[in-house]
Write a new protein. Structure first.
Length: 539
């Protein structure tokens, strides 16, 4: 009994008994003793966290008030402090014991702690078979057992963990020394507020404010769509909070898995997972490091580690082949989405919704101009979200969704279409994939005109059939592997016709703002030039 009581004392908080085929989903009903004692423990936890932030002020106050040379004078005060601390610790211990006894008397909690205790002793490969039992309860995610680790994958190489694609910056020792003060300032800026500005969803206060909404969204995914929550562990030790909805065999789209990469304040509970779920796809969502139940902080290396673990889990544990996976990324999620596409080149396609080519120019535009040197250095060093550079390493199909009223992914909010960074994604992508076309300045101007809806730069009537025929003829003769060097033998008007045909196949407009949920009709398998009938792969 003592061991059983101890498990109840230190056990995780239980929030809900999920709906099953045999029972309705209900919130866990704690006894009054558990509610009061747990409320006291939560209050102490919040006070402690606030105290950490205020510790310089608190320590300074006590140092001035109780200096060592004044010990004889203030002996009574020290004794009072000692008694207060002991009483406080006893009160905390008492709260834990009362909570434990209350849980012990609760049938639902005793059943839960027994189930969790059994599951914790199972090996990971066997634990996966009992995921339905685990998902009967919603409880503190910190206590969930890890069901998959990065190194469990046959393709994981311990000697070569995932790496970010970094810009090269060769500086001499003297230049580094000259730049040292600026480097220190950039580091402090990122640590103090830069990371929180880049990923506001990782701020604890925001998550606490959204907790009820996030919980409700998760319950809906689990109970209405038979979603299953899993804890994965990345190579850096961070735990990744994921949720999988399996629609295989249920409809025409269910055998395709959509892996969702959320935005900088997005969570799978209430994020972009709603669109592929509504369309009938199997869906795998995950929270960035530091979001929801995921641990860590959302720096680029941690982001890479997280998405690599998610992809390995999808392939090696859930059983999806790369060619049956679509990566769907929204906003800043385009970074980990493009990295996944680069590292898993056989995927069915990559969908980039309301994202950007590189975050540096965007960050400079959104912050005061006087900060420009600091912003460029700090963002380039610590948040080098170079999406277009990663796309250049991916030769599969891509769909870019541009939001015409986007108030976030642009340089000038007054020109949301002309300065939308999705335009730059397409231009840089085509420069890499179709250089013979894009090297013609008039072709470039025509593409920019099409993107900016400026008809003076491109013909009013496009001949899509002719463009398709010329592409097929080129492929018949040369095969296709990027870069595709079609264009050298063509007139400028023909080049324009082809590049705009390709643009129509690669970019679509969604007439709305940045945060509006994507309509199901826009979630489509990206067009693939490799699927043209005349195509034969060059070895």
């Amino acid at each position: 009994m003592i061991l059983y009581l101890y498990k109840c004392i230190i056990g995780p908080r239980l929030y809900r008994l999920q709906r099953t085929t045999d029972s309705q989903g209900v919130n866990y009903k704690a006894t009054n003793g558990e509610l009061i004692s747990d409320g006291f423990i939560r209050l102490i936890s919040v006070t402690w966290n606030v105290g950490i932030y205020a510790s310089p002020i608190i320590l300074s106050y006590f140092y001035r008030r109780y200096q060592p040379n004044s010990l004889p004078t203030h002996a009574d005060n020290y004794q009072t402090i000692y008694k207060t601390v002991v009483t406080f610790l006893l009160a905390i211990a008492g709260a834990f014991i009362i909570r434990g006894f209350s849980r012990y008397q609760n049938t639902d909690y005793r059943e839960f702690i027994n189930v969790l205790d059994r599951l914790r002793t199972m090996p990971r490969e066997k634990l996966f078979e009992f995921d339905e039992v685990l998902n009967k309860y919603d409880f503190d995610f910190r206590s969930w057992p890890v069901i998959f680790k990065w190194e469990d994958s046959p393709s994981a190489d311990p000697k070569r963990p995932p790496e970010v694609l970094k810009k090269q910056q060769d500086l001499s020792a003297l230049d580094k020394l000259k730049k040292l003060p600026f480097t220190v300032l950039s580091y402090l800026a990122i640590k103090l507020f830069g990371r929180r500005m880049m990923y506001p969803g990782s701020v604890d206060l925001l998550q606490k404010m959204m907790q009820n909404v996030l919980d409700g969204g998760r319950y809906r995914l689990i109970e209405h769509y038979q979603g299953k929550r899993y804890k994965l562990q990345a190579v850096d030790g961070n735990e990744i909070d994921t949720l999988f909805i399996d629609n295989r065999g249920k409809n025409a789209y269910g055998n395709t898995l959509v892996v969702c990469c959320e935005g900088n304040a997005g969570f799978y509970e209430i994020g972009i997972t709603a669109t592929p779920i509504a369309a009938g796809y199997s869906t795998l969502g995950f929270n960035h490091p530091g979001f929801g139940g995921s641990t860590g902080e959302p720096y680029p290396q941690n982001e890479v580690n997280a998405i690599d673990t998610v992809m390995k889990f999808a392939i090696d544990k859930l059983g999806f082949k790369q060619e049956n996976i679509i990566v769907f990324a929204w906003s800043i999620g385009g970074y980990c989405g493009s990295w996944a596409a680069m590292q898993y080149p056989e995927i069915k396609g990559l969908i980039l919704d309301a994202t950007f080519d590189d975050v540096v120019d965007l960050a400079v535009a959104k912050l005061p101009s006087s900060w420009k040197p600091l912003v460029i250095d700090a963002v380039s060093t610590y948040f080098n979200l170079n999406i277009s550079e990663q796309l250049n390493q991916f030769h599969g199909p891509i769909l870019v969704i541009r939001r015409t009223m986007d108030e976030i992914i642009n340089i000038n909010p007054e020109e949301p279409i002309k300065t939308n960074r999705s335009n730059d994604i397409l231009v840089k992508l085509f420069r890499n994939r179709f250089p013979a076309l894009m090297n013609d300045e008039k072709v470039y101007q025509a593409l920019r005109g099409w993107l900016e809806r400026d008809r003076m730069w491109y013909p009013y009537r496009l001949d899509n059939e002719k463009a398709l025929l010329q592409l097929k003829q080129y492929i018949d003769k040369n095969g296709v592997s990027y870069p595709v060097n079609i264009g050298d033998e063509l007139e400028t008007s023909e080049k324009i016709n082809i590049i705009l045909y390709l643009a129509q196949k690669t970019l679509v407009d969604f007439n709305t703002t940045h945060c509006t949920p994507l309509d199901v009709s826009y979630l489509q398998t990206p067009w693939n030039i490799l699927s043209l009938p005349a195509f034969k792969r060059k070895l």
